[in-house]
Ligand binder design. Structure first.
Ligand code: FES
Length: 70
């Protein structure tokens, strides 16, 4: 689903960035993808998707440490 219409950012883009770049803050997410830097309406949704994505990576690290490094 689209999270940020201004920059065409999807939840998949955010999850991919968390996994590949280790992004875990809104500041870093905004810097890399531009979310919440124009109209700002996506801020809350982006924050929720980011939180879920970070938690997913942490959960995988607990049950299968090799996945977090992949
Ligand atoms: S919808 Fe993300 S900045 Fe406008």
């Amino acid at each position: 689903m689209y999270v940020c219409l201004c920059h065409g950012v999807t939840d998949t883009d955010i999850r991919r960035l968390v996994r590949s770049e280790g992004v875990c803050t809104m500041r870093e997410l905004s810097r890399q993808l531009g979310v919440a830097t124009q109209c700002g309406k996506c801020g809350q949704c982006a924050r929720e998707v980011l939180r879920e994505a970070v938690q997913d990576v942490r959960d995988e690290a607990v049950c299968c440490p090799g996945l977090a490094a992949a």
